[in-house]
Structures are given as structure tokens and as C-alpha cells.
Design a protein around this ligand. Structure first.
Ligand SMILES: NC(=O)C1=CN([C@@H]2O[C@H](COP(=O)(O)OP(=O)(O)OC[C@H]3O[C@@H](n4cnc5c(N)ncnc54)[C@H](OP(=O)(O)O)[C@@H]3O)[C@@H](O)[C@H]2O)C=CC1
Ligand SMILES: Nc1nc(=O)c2c([nH]1)NC[C@@H]1CN(c3ccc(C(=O)N[C@@H](CCC(=O)O)C(=O)O)cc3)C=[N+]21
Length: 289
């Protein structure tokens, strides 16, 4: 423990700045980038998230195309919609909200998205490009984490980074980005031995597990930078309020860490801002600007 609390990394403010820079750039492009979001089913959390995305898309001056389909939609219908969006010249970015209902093969849907419009960066072509150091559309959440880290530290060269979680959406692309930024990278997962000891090596600790407050204060090296990707909604307490917490026990961690992202207000807002950023990048590349 140290006497001072960790610096809180304000992802919400950084994301607002990023959106303001996009809003300033878009009028000079000579065309209006368009983002299509596909939502299958009625999951209330996804509906809120998709509404936020659509609102922020319009606020920065882009076109938003929302496709809300009922939960019973067939896989063939989703594939046909993606094909239509691939062919639509007004659409620069396509995002299919995950998770999809169980009867739809998500990998098959992601493979159908034109890699040039894959603003989530989930298509294997973009994952392969990122892994080999080529120009890629990079998954939004890890891209947002990298921006926060570079804003705080400048160069990350030589730093020990430990990422807990190895999903294709967060953990793996985060590792690729930190490796590219010259960190020494360790990826931990559910089969890792002595996770607390692994975490204590980290100058940069990224938590992307999906387990509320799993990472404790005494797993953190004093002064380390902690990036908490986890978004976990706890069941309502006695007063009926449900609370959002990360994968890190924040109150403990902030007495040890040098800097830490809060939940909410940390990584989450960066994900949406990076989605808009990727849409502008994809639009410029496709239209040869
Ligand atoms: N802020 C944002 O914008 C976003 C937040 N999220 C949040 O981030 C979190 C992670 O998401 P995502 O990557 O999609 O999740 P996944 O469930 O796809 O992956 C979780 C990873 O954590 C690992 N894991 C699970 N339990 C343990 C454990 N006890 N010890 C060590 N590792 C463990 C798993 O290991 P294994 O591979 O061995 O099973 C897996 O690699 C979630 O809370 C999600 O809601 C996700 C996307 C965007
Ligand atoms: N194809 C696809 N791409 C995604 O990027 C994707 C997805 N599917 N499915 C779901 C996850 C989750 N995700 C979040 C994004 C922003 C916040 C966010 O803005 N959070 C705010 C507020 C959250 C709240 O109050 O509910 C915050 O952390 O401050 C959260 C979660 C993107 N995901």
C-alpha cells in the first residue's frame, strides 16, 4: 500500500476528445462516412449499447444505419443482410453486435463481412494483418486501451505487460498491440499457474476476464498501470440497484497502482470512440482519401 491513491485514467474525457477530433475532420472529407450496426434479438443491454453507438455516430457527423432483427431471424437472413451491406456504397463500416443467438454461427457471419468494412477488426484477415504488422482495422477495445496507455506513458518500450484473458476480441489483439509497442508481453488465462504472481510482474496490467473484481490489490505491483476492461453488472442489491464493476477490485487496487481505469468511465467509452475512429479510417481507405 502507498499513501496516495492511483491516478484515475479518464476514458470518458479522452473518448470525448477523440470524438471531437473526428467531428472536426469529417466535414473536410468531402463525403459522409456511414456505419451500419446489426442487432439480432432483444437483449436489453445490447439495445442500450447500440442506441448509444447510433447517437454518437450521428453526433460526429456520420450516417448511422441500424438494423434490428428479431431473435428468430435465421442465419441465412443475417448472411444476406451482411452481403447487402458489403455491396452498399454508403456503408463504410459494418458491426454485427455479439453475442448472436445460439442458432447463428457467429464465426460464419464475421467471415462474411468485407474485411475493408470490418470496423470491429474481428475478421481473420484483419487479425492476421495485425499479427504480421500490416495495416489492419484493429479491434476497438484494445485500440482504446493502447491510446490511453500511450497518452499516459508516451513510449511503452521495454515495459512488462501482463494481459489476463485471451479472447479474439480483447486479449489476443491487446497482446499484439503491446508487442508492436515494444512491451514484453505475457498472456494469462484460466489455465495459468499462480496468476497473482504473474500479475505482480506487470508494469502494465490489462484485465479482460469477465469475472467481477477477481484481481485483488495485492496482485498489483506498486505503481503499475491497471487497465480494467471488464464490464460486469452485479445483481440488484437490497435497495434494488444493480452496480457495474470491472474485473479488478478497484478500492484495493487504487491504493497500490500508479494509475487505473475506473468502471464505468474507463475503457467502455473508448470502445465506442474507437469504433467511430475505425469507421473514418475504413471510409478513407475505401474511398482512396
Ligand atoms: N469495455 C469494453 O468496451 C468491453 C468490455 N468487455 C468485457 O471484458 C471482459 C472480457 O471479455 P471477453 O474477452 O469478450 O471475454 P471471454 O469470456 O471471451 O474471455 C475471457 C478470458 O478470461 C479468461 N479467464 C476466465 N476465467 C479466468 C480465471 N479464473 N483466471 C484467469 N483467466 C480467466 C478466459 O480463459 P480461457 O481462454 O482459458 O477460457 C478467457 O481467455 C468481460 O467482462 C466483457 O464484458 C468486452 C468487450 C468490450
Ligand atoms: N460486435 C461487437 N463489438 C463490440 O465492441 C461489442 C460487442 N459486439 N458486444 C458487446 C461488447 C461490450 N462492449 C461495450 C462497449 C461500450 C461500453 C460502454 O460504453 N460502457 C460505459 C457505460 C456502460 C453502462 O453504463 O452500461 C462505461 O464503461 O463507462 C460497454 C461495453 C462492446 N462490445
Amino acid at each position: 500500500m502507498t499513501d496516495t491513491l492511483a491516478r484515475r485514467i479518464d476514458g470518458k474525457a479522452f473518448a470525448a476528445g477523440l470524438r471531437a477530433r473526428l467531428a472536426a475532420e469529417i466535414p473536410s472529407l468531402g463525403f459522409q462516412p456511414g456505419l451500419a450496426v446489426v442487432l439480432v434479438g432483444e437483449d436489453p443491454a445490447s439495445q442500450v449499447y447500440v442506441r448509444n453507438k447510433a447517437q454518437q455516430t450521428v453526433e460526429v457527423g456520420m450516417r448511422s444505419f441500424e438494423h434490428k432483427l428479431p431473435a428468430e431471424t435465421t442465419e441465412a437472413e443475417v448472411l444476406a443482410l451482411v452481403a447487402t451491406l458489403n455491396a452498399d456504397p454508403a456503408v463504410d463500416g459494418i458491426l454485427v453486435q455479439l453475442p448472436l443467438p445460439k442458432h447463428i454461427d457467429a464465426d460464419k457471419v464475421l467471415l462474411t463481412i468485407d474485411p475493408a468494412k470490418d470496423v470491429d477488426g474481428f475478421h481473420p484477415v484483419n487479425a492476421g494483418r495485425l499479427a504480421t504488422g500490416a495495416n489492419a482495422l484493429v479491434p476497438c477495445t484494445p485500440l482504446g486501451c493502447l491510446m490511453l496507455l500511450q497518452d499516459l506513458h508516451g513510449s511503452l518500450a521495454g515495459m512488462e505487460a501482463v494481459i489476463v484473458g485471451r479472447s479474439n476480441i480483447v486479449g489476443k489483439p491487446m497482446a499484439q498491440l503491446l508487442l508492436k509497442a515494444d512491451c514484453t508481453v505475457t498472456i494469462a488465462h484460466s489455465r495459468s499457474r499462480d496468476l497473482p504472481a504473474l500479475c505482480r510482474r506487470a508494469d502494465i496490467l490489462v484485465a479482460a476476464v469477465g469475472r467481477p473484481e477477481m484481481i485483488r490489490g495485492d496482485w498489483i505491483k506498486p505503481g503499475a498501470t491497471v487497465i480494467d476492461v471488464g464490464i460486469n453488472r452485479l445483481p440488484p442489491d437490497a435497495s434494488g440497484k444493480s452496480r457495474l464493476v470491472g474485473d479488478v477490485a478497484f478500492a484495493e487496487a487504487e491504493t497500490v497502482a500508479g494509475a487505473i481505469t475506473p468502471v464505468p468511465g474507463g475503457v467502455g467509452p473508448m470502445t465506442i470512440a474507437c469504433l467511430l475512429h475505425n469507421t473514418v479510417t475504413a471510409a478513407k481507405a475505401r474511398r482512396g482519401v
